[in-house]
Design a protein around this ligand. Structure first.
Ligand code: FES
Length: 163
């Protein structure tokens, strides 16, 4: 069930959108913050609150890679593995990350700090290779840049997904 705080945040969005259906994507972000991922309960709660069907909500949630379908760690690192990034060294970046974190794509570190995912094009092909940490982009990556990103995250105490 959506919390009172989540409902209030979604209701505030109604002021900026023409109808409830249009609020679906930001409402899913709010639900993801509350539930940690887009669980079945999150889909049902958002559908009920926006007066949409479960299928309508799931169709959108399942399309976008920024909505997690399983529990994730505090920091979600999403690596683009599509053509421009591959040409510019994404495989090396991915292998470096896997070695540093000791996990493969689709896995979370045992301390729950990091989840590593792969994605098909982050729409920043001109600055390949690219990865995303939560919602923040990191571009023109090198293994050294990846190291400093990870060091920064290790020191970061507040793990809210939108930061
Ligand atoms: S191919 Fe990586 S951002 Fe498009």
């Amino acid at each position: 069930m959506l919390s009172d705080e989540s409902k209030a945040r979604i209701e505030r969005l109604f002021l900026h959108y023409p109808d409830k259906r249009s609020v679906l994507i930001p409402a899913l972000f709010i639900a993801q913050e509350q539930f940690g991922y887009i669980s079945d309960e999150a889909v049902r709660s958002v559908a009920q609150f926006l007066e949409l069907s479960w299928n309508e909500v799931w169709a959108v949630a399942s399309f976008y890679s920024m909505f997690f379908k399983r529990p994730v760690g505090r920091h979600v690192i999403t690596v683009c593995m599509n053509i421009s990034c591959m040409i510019c060294g994404a495989k090396k970046i991915a292998e470096h990350l896997k070695a540093k974190l000791g996990i493969n794509f689709g896995q979370t570190t045992s301390d729950g700090k990091f989840t590593l995912l792969e994605v098909e094009c982050l729409a920043s092909c001109g600055t390949a290779p690219v990865l995303q940490v939560n919602l923040r982009y990191h571009e023109n990556l090198t293994p050294e840049k990846v190291d400093s990103i990870l060091e920064e995250l290790e020191e970061w105490k507040n793990g809210r997904l939108e930061d």
